[in-house]
Design a protein around this ligand. Structure first.
Ligand SMILES: Cc1cc2nc3c(=O)[nH]c(=O)nc-3n(C[C@H](O)[C@H](O)[C@H](O)COP(=O)(O)OP(=O)(O)OC[C@H]3O[C@@H](n4cnc5c(N)ncnc54)[C@H](O)[C@@H]3O)c2cc1C
Length: 397
């Protein structure tokens, strides 16, 4: 094997988090940045994402990361210094609905928290909600939260734009190369071994999502607080279209806490917002059982009666990297210098990717982080300092 190739920052994983981190590291002055992925850019879970962007969270730390990220998404070309960069942004707004009860209090509290942080997030009434979304059934709803400057973007476009901007700053991508393990000297991570080469690195950023355990457990001998979960997504088509101007919809009254958005120009992308089925990180695509289609489809049709006669246009599955509090672990791993980790995005990492990439790059380069990473430390689970959301387990957090 050839002598280790030396770099300042070695990023493992070319998903949207790895690509964002690599670009930020180069932008912040790292001289040699290398990204390794066993497949290609955005060919992991980033390719399966629903792409929803919102700052509606009950956990204040997440609101801040989402707010900073949304600013980047909204002016993506200028942010990347690449006028041709396009993240496929659509901002039809985010409408979250509930009935009376505990979740309604949580919705109102989250809206108030957003406003206190300068975000245009308001409670509207049923008539206003129907103006925004004429297909909406409202008779059994009591609370309607609306975030105007929210919507969705395209994770593939986003990750590849980060990668292109990174390459322009000299970042090297080693694609089709599989990380076999990290190398260490005492308590210091010194790089990684792949199926083709060894890399010596000043600092290694592990952005391997559900596959993080495979690499990090070899190093530490301890399993991560991380499980892979299967989530099903479907696109429905009805005679009446779900138009691009209609908002992303979150229905907190539905048994599966469904979320939905326009897909293409008229279809409805819909998925459940509850815990999924634990599965192997190596699962690629799985069948979406008919009972799941029937359940989620009927919940969508209850809230959007125009979809009572909808047909299924397509279905797919994706993997969430889930931690016990449904929030990511970001930053160093205690006891290991030269290593920064990012895993456990629990179904909501895309919308945080610009800010998270910046924070990881800052941590990797030993710079002060723009937002404190301490709340996202790995030891919070053992300490009982969870970042638990007010909505229970599910991807609103
Ligand atoms: C169905 C679904 C819907 C979602 N919807 C949303 C949403 O609406 N909004 C939102 O904000 N988030 C959403 N998410 C979450 C979001 O998509 C993810 O948090 C985000 O894309 C994760 O990016 P990543 O870079 O961490 O992981 P990935 O994109 O999975 O990247 C990890 C990379 O590591 C590589 N890799 C793995 N093992 C190795 C190895 N040994 N050697 C080399 N390379 C390796 C993989 O090939 C992969 O490219 C959703 C996720 C899913 C699955």
């Amino acid at each position: 094997m050839s002598p280790p190739a030396a770099c300042d920052v070695l990023v493992l994983g070319a998903g949207v988090i790895g690509c964002s981190t690599a670009w930020h590291a180069a932008r912040l002055g790292a001289r040699r940045v290398v990204v390794i992925d066993r497949r290609g850019v955005a060919e992991g879970t980033s390719a399966q994402s629903s792409g929803i962007l919102r700052t509606h969270y009950s956990v204040a730390e997440n609101v801040e990361l989402a707010r900073r990220s949304l600013t980047a998404f909204r002016d993506f070309g200028s942010y990347l210094g690449d006028p041709e960069a396009d993240c496929g942004l659509a901002l039809p707004g985010y409408l979250i609905v509930g009935d009376e009860g505990a979740r309604s209090q949580a919705i109102r509290a989250a809206l108030a928290q957003q406003r206190a942080m300068g975000i245009d997030a308001v409670e509207i009434d049923a008539r206003q909600a129907r103006e925004i979304l004429p297909l909406l059934r409202t008779h059994d709803l009591a609370v309607f939260g609306f975030e105007k400057d929210a919507g969705y973007a395209d994770p593939y476009l986003t990750a590849t734009a980060f990668a292109r901007a990174a390459r322009r700053l000299g970042v090297e991508f080693r694609l089709g190369e599989t990380v076999a393990g990290l190398t260490a000297d005492g308590g210091r991570v010194t790089g990684a071994r792949t199926d083709r080469a060894s890399y010596a690195a000043g600092v290694t950023v592990c952005a391997l999502n559900v596959w993080s355990n495979g690499v990090l457990e070899q190093l530490t001998g301890v399993g991560l607080p991380l499980v892979a979960e299967r989530h099903e997504v479907m696109a429905l088509e009805a005679p009446q279209p779900y138009l691009p101007r209609y908002p992303v919809l979150k229905d907190m009254t539905s048994p599966s806490m469904i979320y939905a958005r326009c897909y293409g120009t008229r279809q409805l992308l819909v998925s459940a917002g509850l815990e999924g089925q634990p599965t192997s990180p190596d699962e690629d695509q799985a069948d979406v059982p008919l009972d799941v289609v029937a359940q989620v489809g009927s919940e969508a049709a209850h809230r959007l009666p125009a979809f009572e006669t909808a047909g299924v246009a397509s279905t797919w599955t994706g993997l969430y990297d889930v931690t016990p509090d449904w929030n990511p672990v970001l930053g160093p791993l205690p006891g290991w210098d030269g290593l920064v980790v990012a895993f456990g995005f629990s179904g909501h990492g895309f919308k945080l990717s610009p800010a998270v990439g910046e924070l990881l790059a800052q941590a990797a380069l030993g710079l002060p982080t723009a937002v404190a990473l301490a709340p996202y430390r790995c030891t919070r689970f053992a300490e009982g300092a969870l970042l638990a959301g007010a909505y229970g387990k599910g991807a609103v957090s």
